[in-house]
Design a protein around this ligand. Structure first.
Ligand SMILES: [Zn+2]
Length: 131
């Protein structure tokens, strides 16, 4: 147990909240192989989808992330093209939709990670798995 994985590192690298060692997703975030959420951690055998439909709650997290991202993209568009007028309407619309589309895999992944690591008090970190 010399080196423990920090929570932040486990979140960034999408590791299991129980052991902070096993991967939660298969595939890469932006790859040709579509990412899937594993059902069971291959390192500590913690069930990742604790109960059926558990990841519906990730929708709310992903909604909040989307709102923040849309605001950020809108602000960037504002800096580049100026205030929203009839002339810049399509710039805003395309930038916001492109932002949502590009960030979709990121949101899929991190909404579940935030749900598992931050909003799930039932899954406790067990340091003895983390070695
Ligand atoms: Zn695990």
């Amino acid at each position: 147990m010399a080196e423990r994985t920090s929570k932040l590192s486990a979140i960034i690298h999408c590791k299991c909240p129980h052991c902070r060692r096993g991967d939660i997703f298969t595939g890469s975030m932006y790859g040709w192989n579509i990412q899937h959420t594993k059902e069971i951690c291959s390192y500590c055998a913690q069930r990742i989808e604790i109960e059926p439909g558990y990841f519906y709650a990730a929708m709310y997290v992903s909604y909040a992330m989307n709102v923040i991202e849309m605001l950020a993209v809108s602000f960037l568009t504002y800096l580049i093209f100026g205030p929203l007028t009839d002339a810049t309407f399509w710039h805003y619309l395309i930038a916001i939709f492109a932002g949502c589309f590009i960030l979709y895999p990121f949101n899929y992944r991190y909404s579940r990670i935030i749900l598992l690591h931050v909003l799930s008090p039932n899954i406790k970190y067990k340091p003895y798995y983390d070695k």
